[in-house]
Design a protein around this ligand. Structure first.
Ligand code: SAM
Ligand code: SF4
Length: 321
């Protein structure tokens, strides 16, 4: 459906858990509160909502978290989402560390694509960022496995001051045909206490290795990345620089937290408490009206450049990225 600024909102990100097996320092601090199982929406509740969202015109659903693969039944949920009338693509965002165990089930469930988050190929740095050992090796194995199963993979890396010296090494995944996207650090939750790496500086560093990197119109998936290609790369390199290059006029997405709160914009805590409606016995028409009202009133743009105007205090792990 169209929001009041004429944007077509056809992309829904569903967080299925706040929990995670990693503790990326810009996302989820050690010791943060865990949501109780009864507080998160059941798969039945999520599917009922997905059907209603599809009626509003949502065509692409991304399953995220926390780490979605720590929740039992994630692959079955993907299968059920794929069966929702109107839903054309179902994708997953994961830290990749648990993928090996779930790869076959996810591929069998019809998963259309997977985004794997990895900020650096330097094992010691990765440990410092995520709080865990073995992340780089696990992600390398998962990338290979998913590709061998025919599921398209992209890598997502948050640009951090401490990973500045490793972006070109990470970008080498694109030499093997895996699109790599660099994401500007957003001042959300604990992310506001970290130092990011400027996307333009990162692009300049990449051009020292691949001087012919040039912008291309490629659209891979449903996101707002600006892609760059080089004759030496089998896949493009993308930048998602929401903070410094605002792309709100083309925003097509809304987010559902694992507690069933519908968020039309990252920066603001306004939205619709769909869990409250679901659990108080609202019928489909009432829930649909709440979804449509919230989507229609999606804010015009984020306010990362004036952080004092941000009203959202949730962690990224609670929102789903
Ligand atoms: N656990 C999964 C993962 O890491 O891919 C899915 C959830 S995670 C919240 C989704 C994405 O949000 C990850 O790519 C992560 O790097 C990104 N993210 C988390 N905090 C961020 C921040 N402050 N700024 C930019 N991206 C962030
Ligand atoms: Fe977990 Fe993903 Fe957040 Fe890292 S970015 S702490 S893997 S939810």
């Amino acid at each position: 459906m169209l929001d009041k600024f004429g944007r077509n909102i056809d992309y829904l990100r569903i967080s299925i858990t706040d929990r995670c097996n990693l503790r990326c320092k810009y996302c989820m601090p050690a010791g943060c509160d865990m949501v109780g199982h009864e507080d998160i929406l059941s798969y039945e509740e999520l599917l009922r909502l997905a059907q209603l969202f599809a009626r509003t015109g949502v065509r692409h659903v991304r399953v995220t978290g926390g780490e979605p693969l720590v929740r039992k039944g994630a692959a079955d949920f993907v299968r059920e989402l794929k069966a929702v009338p109107g839903v054309e693509k179902v994708s997953l965002t994961t830290n990749g560390t648990l993928l090996e165990k779930h790869a076959l089930a996810l591929a069998g469930a019809g998963l259309d694509s997977v985004n794997i988050s990895l900020d650096t190929t330097d094992a010691a740095l990765a440990r410092e960022i995520t709080g865990s050992d073995g992340v780089v090796d696990a992600v390398r194995a998962s990338v290979g496995l998913m590709r061998s199963l025919g599921v398209p993979v992209k890598l997502n890396a948050v640009l951090l001051a401490e990973t500045a010296g490793t972006v070109t090494e990470l970008a080498r995944f694109a030499e093997e045909g895996v699109p790599v996207r660099f994401i500007e650090l957003m001042p959300m939750g604990v992310g506001r206490f970290e130092r990011g790496y400027d996307p333009d500086a990162a692009l300049a560093a990449l051009r020292c290795v691949w001087p012919d990197l040039h912008p291309v119109d490629a659209r891979i998936g449903f996101g707002p990345a600006q892609y760059y290609a080089s004759a030496a790369l089998k896949a493009p390199i993308g930048f998602i620089d929401a903070v410094s290059h605002r792309f709100c006029s083309g925003c097509n997405r809304v987010r559902l937290t694992s507690r069933g709160f519908l968020k039309p914009c990252l920066c603001f805590d306004e939205g619709a408490d769909l869990r409250e409606l679901l659990r108080s016995g609202a019928d489909d028409a009432e829930i649909l009206a709440a979804i449509e009202g919230c989507v229609f009133n999606k804010p015009r743009q984020h306010c990362f450049d004036t952080p004092q105007d941000m009203t959202e205090s949730r962690l990224m792990s609670q929102i789903g990225g």
